[in-house]
Design a protein around this ligand. Sequence first.
Ligand SMILES: Cc1cc2nc3c(=O)[nH]c(=O)nc-3n(C[C@H](O)[C@H](O)[C@H](O)COP(=O)(O)OP(=O)(O)OC[C@H]3O[C@@H](n4cnc5c(N)ncnc54)[C@H](O)[C@@H]3O)c2cc1C
Length: 410
Amino acid sequence: MSSNSEPNPKIIDLIAKKEAGSKPFVSIEFFPPRSDAGVKNLYARMQRMKESINPLFSDVTWGAGGSTADLTLEIAEHLKETGHVANMHMTCTNMEKDGDPKLAVHSALKTAQKYGIRNIVALRGDPAAGQDEWKAADGGFTCALDLVKYMRENFGDEFGISVAGYPEGHPNAISEIEDPSTMSESEKARSSTCDGKTFTCKDEDYKKEMDYLKQKIDAGADFIITQMFFDTKVFGTFVDDCRKWGINVPIVPGLMCINAYPGFCKMTKFCKTRVPAELQAKMDSIQDDAEAIKAFGVEYGIQMCRELMEIGVDVLHFYTLNLEKVTFGILKGLGYDVKGVVDESDASTMVAKGSAWARVGDKVKTIYGSGTVQDVRSDGTAQVMIESWSLAEGQTPTAFLQKEHYSKVF
Ligand SMILES: Cc1cc2nc3c(=O)[nH]c(=O)nc-3n(C[C@H](O)[C@H](O)[C@H](O)COP(=O)(O)OP(=O)(O)OC[C@H]3O[C@@H](n4cnc5c(N)ncnc54)[C@H](O)[C@@H]3O)c2cc1C
């Protein structure tokens, strides 16, 4: 491992070096894996991806509810030590140290500073496990804006700061529309459908979103990384709107790599993402063919990136899901110099730390054969319908299994 004792440069200074007419820079995102084997494999992948695509910067996420704080810091340090410019995510959810949430944030930032990590994605975070609504800890931050302000007040220019932007509106600002014919043209353009229902961020809510985003930038954020999207027109409109709102910082498009059908469906439903009808139809038609999904992920990614390059972006930011095949494929297709050979033999170890052990509907392998999860308790115990057994009169047995006794089938 090469040692890098110098603090990382700030990403905003690196973006500023982009020459007119040159291809966009590339950046990538990883999440902290659940198991030690996953972390070991991730470190090997980070090394390979540094050598093969040399990203401008590399993000590591902060697990839902702050569940990975120490591991995120460790991975960010490792990124930096292996020559990446680390962009460490940090959320305000469940941040408490000696009962004081600000102390916990301060101490995590001090640790980052000690490691020479100079770039932070300042986020509010999603609700902690088991909660529907996000609640601030007593005396803690209420939103990402508070975190940005705190960092600038207490650490000055020590850190480069990026914040999240939502081209379709934050999921909390997206509502169901009873009568789609009442939507304005702009509401229609960013609308999505799920289970036969129509959703959109209404114009008045979108304006509030933009006002708030402007506050995050005015408080000292250097640039924006967007939520995933699959319709580049929505991104283009968002960029135009940001400029109208006086938000003039770089806007980095977040590109979710299409790696697998179940993950695509789960994420787009959770984020209420707009999925163009032809994209959904294609995904549905090849859902049982894992290799075809990846090949299509590459094809669709290339098309999206070409459209983004026409709009004009400084950076293409890939949510890699800790894998490499789709990112490499897209970059190759766009004519980037990609070295090395794809190796995803470790894919089953790339399960996020802090994510549910399994979710209702997941297919699992158990000591009694294969089955489907019916319920999961907070300690990871799952109720599984064992489909490989059938009892008299066509009944199917149900087993209650501790988390060590079942594993997800990917
Ligand atoms: C690029 C990116 C990276 C992410 N990384 C992570 C991660 O590592 N870990 C993780 O747990 N989650 C991550 N998330 C998810 C994110 O934590 C959630 O989307 C969360 O619900 C909101 O975080 P935020 O920083 O956007 O919140 P905020 O910027 O605080 O905004 C959340 C919502 O509240 C509204 N709002 C908040 N305060 C105000 C106010 N004062 N006035 C008006 N409106 C307000 C905003 O308009 C918005 O709708 C990421 C999201 C993105 C887009």
